[in-house]
Design a protein around this ligand. Structure first.
Ligand code: 4GX
Length: 254
């Protein structure tokens, strides 16, 4: 991906990603360009109003169709064509496969809603798909857009310092991550697993695979059903099990 457009009433929310960490670096490098669009700039009345009371009554406000539609049309008039993606709780729930799908696109157009929602007719005529970041309610689409952007940007080649890191992440291949350690080798009478100090890289790799598999089995058995155990994992777990004194780590938390 080389371009992300975000339609939002709160561009500051999204622009903050420009200066920070991995997303900031990707934008500073020029790997990805971020463009924010504010529907308020497409209003036609003196009050620049973007919301109105809902037909049928009830609490809250609804985003008016015309400023939003004009804003979306202005975005679509630029650069290459791309689907318009709305962030909302009724959408396809984002997971690793969804992130990979979005990351493979040349351009992302993210539409953030505020208030009680967006006039349904805009969704019907100008929006192509809806994505949710999980089954809970946010006050607006902006934090969801930030989550999508972070997850998608870190998958772009050359964005992470260490090229391997994205491949090692939790969830790549549907597995949780293996445990990590740094110095000192003994801390408050807890030792780093001996295998990691052995210098035997093949054995270390097997240990990591087996640990990841073990953790996934313990904490997220649902992932095992979706991403079945591979031959390499089976072999690693079997070999580790047969090695003297090798037992899987206890799970991470206190
Ligand atoms: N994953 N929200 C969108 C506005 C809204 C209200 C009603 C449609 C209908 C969310 C999520 C999420 C809150 C963003 C409501 N849109 N977005 N917003 N979960 O909860 O992405």
């Amino acid at each position: 991906m080389r371009r992300i457009d975000v339609i939002t009433l709160f561009p500051e929310w999204v622009e903050s990603l420009k200066g920070l960490g991995v997303t900031g670096r990707a934008m500073a490098q020029g790997t990805i360009s971020l463009h924010c669009w504010n529907p308020r700039d497409f209003t036609e009345d003196v009050h620049r109003s973007v919301d109105d009371r809902p037909y049928g009554g009830g609490p809250g406000m609804v985003m008016r169709p015309e400023p939003l539609a004009r804003c979306i049309e202005a975005v679509l008039a630029e650069d290459i064509a791309a689907p318009v993606s709305f962030l909302g709780p009724q959408g396809r729930v984002l997971d690793h496969d969804g992130v990979s799908e979005l990351a493979g696109r040349a351009r992302l157009i993210l539409l953030c809603g505020r208030y009680e929602g967006v006039d349904e007719r805009v969704l019907q005529t100008l929006v192509d798909e809806e994505w949710s970041i999980g089954d809970y309610v946010l006050s607006g689409g902006e934090p969801a857009a930030a989550v999508v952007m972070d997850a998608v940007i870190r998958q772009q080649p050359g964005v992470l310092g260490h090229e391997e890191s994205a491949l090692r992440d939790s969830f790549v291949g549907g597995r949780l991550d293996c445990p990590h350690y740094t110095r000192p080798a003994s801390w408050r009478s807890r030792d780093v697993p001996e295998v990691l100090l052995s210098g035997d890289h093949a054995r270390i790799e097997r240990w990591r695979l087996a640990e990841a598999l073990h953790r996934t089995r313990q904490q997220r058995p649902d992932l095992l059903a979706r991403y079945p155990v591979s031959e390499v994992e089976r072999a690693a777990a079997k070999k580790l099990g047969s090695e003297k004194g090798a037992k899987p780590s206890e799970s991470g938390l206190k």
